[in-house]
Design a protein around this ligand. Sequence first.
Ligand code: ADP
Ligand code: GLC
Length: 488
Amino acid sequence: MTSIRLLSVASEIYPLVKTGGLADVAGALPGALAGEGVATTTLIPGYPAVMAAIEGGERLHAYAELMGGPATLMRGRAHGLDLILLDAPHLFDRPGNPYLGPDGLDWPDNALRFGAFARAAADLAGGRVAGFEVDVIQLHDWQAGLAAAYLHYDPPVRRPGVVTTIHNLAFQGVFPAWMLGPLGLPAQAFALDGLEYHGQISFLKGGLIFADRITTVSPTYATEIMGEAGGMGLHGLLGGRSDVVSGILNGIDTAVWDPATDPALAAPFDASNLGARAANKAALQRSFGLEEDPAAFLIGSVGRLTEQKGMDLVPPLIPDLVAAGAQFALLGSGDRELEDAYRTLATAYPARVGVRIGYDEALAHAIEGGADAFLMPSRFEPCGLTQMYALRYGAVPIVARVGGLADTVIDASPYALAQVVATGFHFAAGSAASLRAALTRAMAMHRDEPGAWSRLQRNGMATDCSWGSAARQYAALFAAIIPPPSSA
Ligand code: ADP
Ligand code: GLC
């Protein structure tokens, strides 16, 4: 088996620091890639939680000055992960969310914070740090994207293969053009074929222009981002590079998300004893203060309450659904207006609508294991992990037919039901009428056709959501861009 050395550059990693699916991916992929002959080291900012978790830190490199203060690259291990931390207290020694200050707004120096992160990534991967060498660097999202630009404008000792992976095109890292100087980039980078983006500079664009390969996290999203509707202003660039763009569907960590062993569940279960889910449903109803009604159609949802996730489509439908016998259990946080709308509904229907505003890993597991259905009404969704957790936990996903949701859930159409392959319900993204129809369809099947419903559950639980296939595809892609030894 080939042996490939990879530097993965990620601004969050489970279980050390997580705001969303990127952390899950960055945390799980190294283990899966190891089986394909890829040895991964992950560069991560030295947030307080990360600094506290590292074992046996070894000092790799010291910067007398990196974007406004001294910094150190420390190598160590935590939770089986091989990590390099960028210890730069002036940039990362701050409590709370990795991107936002206590006011809920982006830290004002995010350009410098992730510029320094990208600079360190380029130094490590480009052969400027003694004792460290890799074949390929994988840049996750805008926070890492500028590393490709540093490798381009400041030619390294040794250029690795460069892959940029888009987890979410909505976040592009756009900053004023005058930041080029403080970031240590030349004025010539302010160009159409450089970082210039509508009069500003874009970190993500740097990652897209100067990478050898661009991947995103599902095949459907790869197609969507090359079109005007899904390209968020970058479809021209991405379409122009379509020969190097591909979609590799995420997997999930099937050890962390295993209903048979999950300590967060009242009653662990597998496909052979789906009856045990009843105890999880009752526990979930209790923990949300809902009526303990075994017949209720309990719809769960976990995620960011944002426009992307389409969670604004749901509140107007709730009164009718509640009247028809549904219950809701929601865990999430995000837009204040949406949080308030859900709180108001919980107050209006205390036995039927339960809302927890916040972030709670164990409760997320309990929702997947206890809800009858799992709702994900995203307007766009690069991949989405929670619907895959739902499949594995026997909560039937009801999803917008978009991005990775379309690639992971098979709609209960008459044809798919006849073929016994259906795993959930689709509706047209952004359409409240279509969402209402899908919910009505799902409720009717749950109420009237218990056999067909449990078939959906068992099909979902049998779906292979592991990282195996993705790891093979990444390994092949990395192997194709390793620079020949002569250029080393
Ligand atoms: P995104 O990355 O766009 O937010 P994903 O579905 O890829 O969406 O991943 C979201 C991840 O974050 C999942 O692991 C999900 O369980 C978790 N998550 C999101 N919101 C919450 C929350 N409020 N509490 C606990 N876990 C959450
Ligand atoms: C992003 C996307 C989500 C995806 C995750 C991991 O946060 O919004 O769809 O699953 O990244 O790739």
